[in-house]
Write a protein that binds this ligand. Structure first.
Ligand SMILES: Nc1nc2c(ncn2[C@@H]2O[C@H](COP(=O)(O)OP(=O)(O)OP(=O)(O)O)[C@@H](O)[C@H]2O)c(=O)[nH]1
Ligand SMILES: [Mg+2]
Length: 390
């Protein structure tokens, strides 16, 4: 029998935050902590639920990584570190080097939502919520998950009247919407030099991530940053201007911009010229990204109306709301209501499907039993929890 692993799970969401929390759970938790934690006081064996100040440090290099607070709980050990993603990554690497199995939702956004669950004996919507919350990057995503616990799924499963099979199947399909909300779409800005790509990138990200200049060819290498558009998290990539660069560094920059666009989910095609056409190379291959043609710099006197294209001015804000709505629609989340009952783990989707099948088969008792499992274990893992439900 393979021994139960000891996991080091980053339990807090990525992004800005004063502290982040890593939990060490499993049979070797105490031993791994001893290898990484130097308490400041002599009081080594802190009792359960007391806080202990000290340093996380790497024995091999002697370098202190962070000043941390450790708390032993009945379920495992909590390590409260400072909130930057760099510290979180280094701390997980350190714990992994001592034998822990690291789990970082930020680095593994598409990984199984259930992976960190293996050591929870009795999963319920509430415990699954705690595990899934670190993957959220916006308040909309938090609302979409937490309302399943406070209403949504819980209500559906606990209602006196048995739900209809199609209600349960709709909640199963909702897993895909949740995935779209938790795994940010790749949105790429392309267009000719000087089109206003970097200016728009800075507006959408909310800070200056790209250099803006009137000199054509300012951006060379692409810049990728997280952004939140109307509650929907995305990765936004600003690219070098597209032109017929003969060779050398300019040609390489254009090549990289094209590659970003070809790998994107959504491409925003910016051009100050109203009649600009979609480049032919974007039409190649089976996987064509969603295209949003946008006319820029519309604060300047318009030469001609651009018809069906979205018209924006990153300077005045004109058209930006329309553009944001278009991005959300292209991401497949238009009109997303966080309160709608949706599965957010493969376990929930399996149980809901089982319930729907039982209702279709005219077996309300089996359906009710399945729904009871949704609220509370016992746990019956399929061989691969994510198979067939994503
Ligand atoms: N009037 C006006 N000027 C703009 C607008 N957006 C950008 N500009 C100006 O256009 C120039 C080029 O802007 P950038 O954002 O650097 O353009 P870019 O597409 O990133 O250019 P490259 O990196 O060279 O490909 C700068 O002088 C900006 O201030 C806009 O909405 N209105
Ligand atoms: Mg630029």
């Amino acid at each position: 029998m393979t021994p139960e692993p000891t996991t080091a799970v980053l339990c807090t969401a990525p992004g800005r935050g004063g502290i982040a929390v890593i939990t060490l759970v499993g049979p070797r938790a105490e031993e791994i902590l001893t290898g990484a934690f130097r308490p400041i006081s002599d009081h080594k064996d802190a009792p359960i639920n007391t806080l202990q100040l000290g340093h996380l440090s790497d024995e091999r290099t002697g370098a202190a990584l962070d000043k941390v607070i450790v708390c032993r709980t009945r379920r495992g050990i909590e390590i409260n570190i400072h909130g930057g993603p760099h510290i979180a990554r280094r701390s997980l690497e350190l714990l992994a080097s001592l034998g822990a199995q690291p789990h970082n939702c930020d680095a593994d956004p598409d990984g199984s939502l259930d992976a960190a669950h293996a050591s929870w004996n009795n999963p319920s919507i509430g415990s699954e919520l705690l595990t899934a919350l670190p993957r959220t990057r916006s308040t909309l995503a938090v609302a979409a998950l937490s309302s399943q616990w406070s209403g949504g799924l819980s209500e559906l499963a606990a209602a006196d009247k048995l739900p209809r099979a199609d209600q349960l199947r709709a909640a199963v399909d909702g897993l895909e919407d949740i995935r779209k909300l938790l795994v940010p779409r790749e949105v790429v800005l392309i267009g000719p030099p000087n089109a206003g790509k970097s200016t728009l990138a800075n507006v959408l990200v909310g800070r200056e991530v790209s250099i803006v200049h009137h000199t054509a060819g300012t951006t060379r290498d692409w810049v990728r940053e997280p952004a939140v558009i109307n509650g929907v998290p995305i990765w936004l990539t600003d690219t070098a201007g597209l032109w017929d660069a003969p060779e050398g560094i300019n040609s390489e920059a254009v090549q990289r911009a094209r590659q970003c666009a070809l790998e994107a989910d959504i491409v925003i095609l910016l051009d100050p010229e109203a009649g600009a056409e979609v480049p032919g190379w974007l039409d190649t291959g089976s996987r064509r990204p969603e295209l949003l043609p946008v006319t820029t710099k519309r604060d300047q006197p318009a030469v001609e109306a651009s018809g069906r294209r979205i018209e924006i001015s990153a300077m005045t804000g004109r058209g930006l709301e329309e553009l944001k709505d278009a991005v959300v629609t292209a991401a497949g989340l238009n009109g997303f209501d966080p309160k709608t009952p949706r599965a957010f783990t493969a376990r929930q989707a399996c149980i809901l499907s089982r319930g729907a099948d039982a209702i279709d088969a005219g077996d309300p008792i089996a359906a009710r039993n399945a729904l009871r499992q949704l609220l509370r274990g016992p746990l019956t893992w399929p061989a691969n929890p994510s198979a067939g439900t994503r």
